[in-house]
Structure formats: structure tokens, C-alpha cells
Design a protein around this ligand. Structure first.
Ligand SMILES: [Zn+2]
Ligand SMILES: [Zn+2]
Length: 464
């Protein structure tokens, strides 16, 4: 088996991601996937984009490295060895290289200053230090050294079957872990790192972490043997907590002067021919009704009833607060006058466009089913039945996966998903935050569904 990088157990993205700097950025803005040096003209032989250049780095202490030229990104750089400085800033992506280790708790573990409250009572694990750019199974030097642990091995999979007595740590991004703390507290009432540990031991998988690959389409695209920096996937490595532009966006929807209109949208012309059964309802009752309807139903109501043509600002406030739980910054708007409709529209556009990921995922889930159906119909057309059909199915269905992969590649090449043409309004870090939050909700749900520990032990003793 060749080299295979570990991934963040929570969000599925790797830790080893290169960056190609722009000509006006310092040398420190470039690094190879292992976090130092730079991406060379040899690495990027596939990139012949206009505007890219290759320059010597004579200062480098290693003569082999200094003999190579550094690839400098132009605006249209096509290299997939590193993300281009034209498309993501150093500040946004530098922390993706850092790997926080959730390590096994030795039997003689004693509390020490700086422990978090939830670490003290755990059975299986504690939060160890951070390593910069781990190498396959080795996290390397951990900072700080917590509970005497200065280095560790890491793994995404259950340890069973690896032939090691040692229990290897779970690798996560620091930001993903901070979000895990938040989601776990909210949904489970505590930060359940023991639950995370047990889930890794039961469902841990490489390279998917815990999740179904179809749910992680962009992650699947970048997760090749070495991280594949596909155009349009920069958001996957954008810091999800330090999000440039988010505070400004939120604050720009708070109004200093007059209050925003209580309702949004034009009421439109009244038509005699159209009897509106809801016209008899008071505005208060209409508002009450809106609180019980799905977003799609509200859209339909607007089409069929003039009473719902206009929507109250409060309706959009509810949407922001209930449908975007990952944007906790909106609580800073408490007590202020806010144009909630404007805020809802802009936040929706900023995190990738409302429903864009959902459409993408639906298409990807549907694709294999469609291919199966086409093959089934083809075999029927050829008059095959029973065993004959089963045999032929077994033979030809081997090609289906390849066909699905080809269709996905064609869609990517055509800019469909993940679109190089993502809206200019996208805020990368926010889009990443939404992606991670949605994964975390699923992970925490799975932790909640784990069998009680006693049952595990019973089951184990029965097996042996
Ligand atoms: Zn992560
Ligand atoms: Zn280039």
C-alpha cells in the first residue's frame, strides 16, 4: 500500500495542502503539501496558463531545492498541486495544515492545569497537542505537550486489525473541533469526546471519516493520494471560524436610521376574477400560519394568494435563526433594527447559494440509480430474464461505476459542480462552516445513537 494521508475525522479534509503564491506575495506565502518549501516548475508541468511564471529560489539552504524553480501563479493558474494565491489568502488557509490530536487516555492519567471540564471525566481520550502537517500515520511533534504526550500516531479507522497494541489518536482540525464542542454541547448537553472515540472505533473509515462519500462530493474530488487542489474547491480549506467579510455583511443589514418596512415584496394588482379565501384572515393570523409552513409551501402560497404576496420581516428573521444555526454571529443583532429579508438573501448567497449543495448531492445520489435503471431496461430489451439476466447484469454492471465517475468528471469539466463559476457573493469560510456544521450534526446524531457502553462490553464478551 502506498502513501495515504490521514484526514480530519470530523470534516473529511486532509491536512497536507499546498499553496502557490502570487508574484506580489512573500516567499512564506508558498508551501508544498507538506507545509514547507514551495511548488516547483516540475510539479506544475501541467500548468501552461498565461501569466504563470517560474522563478529561481537561490537562497534555499538545500541545494537540490534551490536548483528548482518556484512556480508563481498567474490569475488563470491551472495547477492542482496547490491552491492559487489569486483564489484564497494565506490567512484563510494556513490553519488547515494543523492537526489537533484526540489521544488515548492512559490508565495513570491525572488532571493537570488547563484541562477542559469535559476531559476530566472521560474514559477513553483527552485533547492532546497540535502537530503541523502530519505525515501519514505520524502526527509528529505536538505543541503543547499535554499530559506528557509529545508525539503520537494518528488514524481515521478503527484500530482493530491494525496489529498495534497502541491506541492511535484521532486527527482533527482545531476549528472543526471547536465547532464539534459547540454542536455536541447544543445537541447532547456535553462535549462528548468519548462518544467521538467510540464512533471512530465502530464506524471509522479512511478516507471518509464517518460519512457517506456521496454526501461529501467536493471532499471526494480533492481526496486523491495527495490532496488534489481542484478549482472551485478552495472553500474546503477556508477557515470556518475566522470568516472575512461576515461581520461586515451582518452589520450592513442593521439599520441605524429609520426602521425597515414591516413587510417585503410588492403586493401586486388586485384582480376581480380571483377570489382569495385567505383575504378574510387578519394579518396576525396570516403571520401565525406562516410560522407553520415549510419554505416551499410559503413560496406556493405567495403564488396563489394575494394575502401572502407580501411577507413580514419577522418571517425572515425566523428563517435566519432557525435555518442557519451555524451563523451564531446574528445574535449580535439583538435589539437592533434589521432588514432581515436582506440579511437572509445575502447570507444564502454567501454560503454557496441556497440549496446549491443539496441540488448537487441529489444529482450525485440520483446518478447511480439512473445508470442502474438504464442497464436494467437495456437487458429487458434484449429479452434476457432469470439467470441469464443476472449473469449479464453481473458482467455489465462492473462498468457502471466508471460511467458514473465519467459523468461526474464531465460535469466538473463543464463547470457544473463544483462550479468554477460559484457566485461572486460566496464567502468561502462561511460555506465551509455550513458544510462542517451539517456533517457535525450527523456525527453527533450517530454518537447519540451509539449503544450504551455496557452493551458493547457484553457483546464483546459474547464474541470471545
Ligand atoms: Zn476538519
Ligand atoms: Zn500555474
Amino acid at each position: 500500500m502506498g502513501y495515504s494521508e490521514r484526514h480530519c475525522q470530523l470534516c473529511g479534509v486532509g491536512f497536507n495542502v499546498g499553496r502557490i503564491r502570487k508574484a506580489d506575495e512573500p516567499e512564506s506565502a508558498a508551501w508544498h503539501y507538506y507545509g514547507t518549501d514551495f511548488i516547483t516548475d516540475v510539479d506544475t508541468a501541467e500548468c501552461e496558463a498565461e501569466g504563470c511564471t517560474n522563478i529561481p529560489r537561490t537562497e534555499h539552504p538545500d541545494p537540490v531545492v534551490s536548483a528548482e524553480a518556484e512556480h508563481i501563479a498567474g490569475p488563470n493558474c491551472k495547477s492542482t498541486q496547490g491552491y492559487s494565491g489569486w483564489r484564497i489568502t494565506v490567512e484563510e488557509m494556513k490553519d488547515i495544515l494543523r492537526c489537533l490530536c484526540i489521544a488515548a487516555k492512559p490508565e495513570d492519567w491525572q488532571p493537570e492545569i488547563g484541562d477542559k471540564d469535559y476531559e476530566i471525566d472521560t474514559t477513553y481520550c483527552f485533547v492532546a497537542g497540535v502537530s503541523k502537517c502530519p505525515d501519514e500515520f505520524e502526527a509528529g511533534e505536538l505543541t503543547p505537550t499535554r499530559h506528557g504526550l509529545s508525539d503520537t500516531m494518528i488514524n481515521n479507522e478503527a484500530m482493530e486489525g491494525l496489529g498495534s497494541d497502541e491506541e492511535w489518536a484521532i486527527p482533527v482540525h482545531e476549528a472543526c473541533f471547536q465547532m464539534f464542542e459547540r454542536v455536541s454541547r447544543e445537541k447532547l448537553g456535553k462535549v462528548d469526546i468519548d462518544g467521538l472515540w467510540r464512533l471512530r472505533d465502530i464506524e471509522g473509515d479512511w478516507p471518509e471519516g464517518f460519512m457517506d462519500p456521496l454526501k461529501r462530493i467536493d471532499v471526494t474530488i480533492v481526496s486523491e493520494q495527495n490532496y488534489h487542489c481542484a478549482l472551485g474547491t478552495e472553500y474546503l480549506v477556508s477557515h470556518p471560524l475566522r470568516v472575512d467579510g461576515l461581520d461586515q455583511l451582518i452589520n450592513s443589514c442593521a439599520l441605524a436610521g429609520e426602521a425597515p418596512c414591516k413587510v417585503v415584496f410588492d403586493i401586486g394588482q388586485a384582480t376581480e376574477s380571483h377570489r382569495d379565501p385567505f383575504a378574510a384572515l387578519s394579518a396576525e393570523l396570516c403571520e401565525l400560519l406562516l410560522g407553520h409552513l415549510e419554505r416551499r409551501d410559503v413560496a406556493n402560497m405567495r403564488l396563489v394568494s394575494r394575502s401572502f404576496r407580501q411577507l413580514p420581516q419577522l418571517y425572515f428573521r425566523r428563517l435566519v435563526e432557525s435555518e442557519m444555526p451555524w451563523i451564531w454571529e446574528v445574535t449580535t443583532l439583538k435589539g437592533r433594527r434589521v432588514d432581515w429579508h436582506n440579511l437572509w438573501c445575502r447570507l444564502s448567497a454567501a454560503d454557496g447559494g441556497a440549496g446549491m449543495d443539496a441540488q448537487e448531492r441529489h444529482w450525485l445520489q440520483q446518478l447511480p440509480q439512473d445508470k442502474n435503471e438504464i442497464l436494467r431496461q437495456q437487458l429487458r430489451k434484449e429479452g434476457l430474464t432469470g439467470m441469464e439476466m443476472s449473469k449479464e447484469w453481473a458482467k455489465r454492471s462492473l462498468n457502471l461505476k466508471q460511467q458514473v465517475d465519467d459523468d461526474i468528471k464531465a460535469a466538473n469539466d463543464a463547470g457544473k459542480w463544483p462550479a468554477d463559476t460559484r457566485k461572486a457573493t460566496e464567502i468561502r469560510g462561511l460555506r465551509n462552516r455550513r458544510r462542517i456544521w451539517e456533517d457535525l450534526e450527523e456525527i453527533v446524531k450517530r454518537i447519540a445513537a451509539l449503544p450504551p457502553v455496557e452493551e458493547d462490553e457484553d457483546a464483546e464478551s459474547r464474541v470471545w
